[in-house]
Design a protein around this ligand. Structure first.
Ligand SMILES: [Zn+2]
Length: 394
């Protein structure tokens, strides 16, 4: 940081007449210049990250979303502090840096690290992990692995992490393209104002809906183009569908171009299209990263079995059936288009609801059987009636 010092603009011969306190300091040595050039990216990154962690920890997300209903002192105070931290952060750091560090941190903390942890658990304690897996020991990535298979697995993990980072790099390039080359406004909204809770919810709903539709279209018609008129379809087949079951980190495992089409673009384009506020985007990316972590983990027990459990089974089924169905992550479009494989979304919900309500489960099962029987009986009756009517017409 150099500040303006008028003494530096005076002729050199005058320097000896000026008191030391105001005189122009000698230029920094090459060594110190080199040192600050090498360390400044790290020190400023650290400061940004620290400020942001403080901001997020100081604000329980829930109270932020419930502001209109709660309105207690502590919530308002929290919000005030968050607002101050946020505006200081945005004012004191280049927006691009804030965006990139936040994105990278979210991807690492909510996707890469927990997935690596799951993978380590599966590898180091296979006997225990087996019990948590929906597909039993066949879902263990390194089950009686030979040296060759271990190396292949390590390569897959490497590609997964590479792809996750590739996504962040592309996001950075888009921002650079927008702001430096095309001289447009930034792709995401980075302002000192905070988005309103209702705005966040609306953006998230729109974003997830578009993501679901885009994923379905791109995955089904480009990556599973069975005639292989699109080259990427072959790549998706050879890379992602070469695995027998999804493993933790496989959410980003694919041919890099196929990964971008299958997962990165459908997630990033809605944010770009609706021009999310950076905070909304961070929230959206956090939820998406957690979703990817759990949906590809293969575990049968999850924090929210109701939604994530169903998604994980759908992900398993997409791989098990060799890409016959289940193209979208949530299964909404699959359900509408009739491409669900291994139980529809509704079945997942019913199954989960049954699991949570064990007492009612038996009763409901009985009811379903009865209903099934009576419907069959009705169907038979209807058919008989129709037949008789037809005969009558004759
Ligand atoms: Zn596929």
């Amino acid at each position: 940081m150099s500040s303006y010092n008028p003494a530096c603009y005076l002729p050199e011969s005058w320097a000896s007449y000026i008191p030391n306190a105001v005189s122009c300091p000698p230029p920094p040595s090459y060594a110190s210049q080199l040192y600050s050039f090498a360390t400044s990216p790290f020190s400023s990154t650290y400061t940004t990250l620290r400020t942001m962690t403080n901001a997020v920890i100081g604000l329980p997300m829930l109270s932020f979303l419930l502001i209109p209903t709660m309105g207690s002192y502590s919530t308002s105070l929290n919000l005030l502090f968050f607002y101050l931290t946020w505006s200081t952060l945005v004012l004191s750091h280049p927006p691009l840096k804030v965006e990139l560090i936040a994105t990278l941190a979210v991807r690492l903390i909510f996707y890469v690290f927990p997935s690596l942890f799951f993978l380590a658990f599966d590898t180091l304690v296979p006997s225990a992990a087996e019990n948590f897996k929906a597909l039993g020991n066949s879902a263990l990535p390194l089950r009686n692995a030979s040296r060759k298979r271990t190396i292949a697995m390590a390569r897959r993990v490497g590609w997964s992490i590479f792809n996750a980072l590739l996504g962040v790099a592309i996001q950075a390039s888009v921002e650079l393209l927008f702001t430096r080359v095309l001289l447009w406004r930034s792709a995401l909204r980075v302002t000192t104002t905070l988005p309103l809770p209702w705005g966040i919810i609306k953006d998230l709903a729109k974003g997830y809906l578009l993501r679901e539709i885009l994923t379905y279209i791109l995955h089904r018609y480009i990556l599973h183009d069975w005639n292989y008129t699109v080259k990427l379809a072959r790549a998706h087949q050879d890379w992602y569908h070469s695995i027998s079951t999804p493993f933790p980190l496989s959410a980003t495992f694919d041919h890099p171009a196929a990964y971008l089409v299958r997962s990165f673009l459908p997630t990033y384009l809605p944010a770009l299209f609706f021009r999310f506020h950076l905070l909304t985007y961070i929230f959206y990316l956090t939820l998406t990263s957690l979703e990817e972590t759990f949906a590809y983990s293969g575990y049968s027990t999850m924090p929210t079995n109701f939604i994530l459990g169903g998604m994980a089974r759908r992900t398993d089924n997409h791989v098990l059936c060799g890409g016959e169905g289940n193209f979208g992550p949530w299964g909404l479009v699959d359900w509408v288009m009739g491409t669900s494989v291994g139980g529809e979304l509704i079945d997942d919900l019913v199954a989960e609801a049954d699991k949570h309500d064990v007492e009612g489960k038996v009763e409901r099962a009985k009811g379903r059987v009865k209903r099934g029987v009576s419907q069959e009986a009705k169907g038979v009756k209807g058919a008989v009636k129709r037949r008789t009517r037809k005969r009558g017409d004759d």
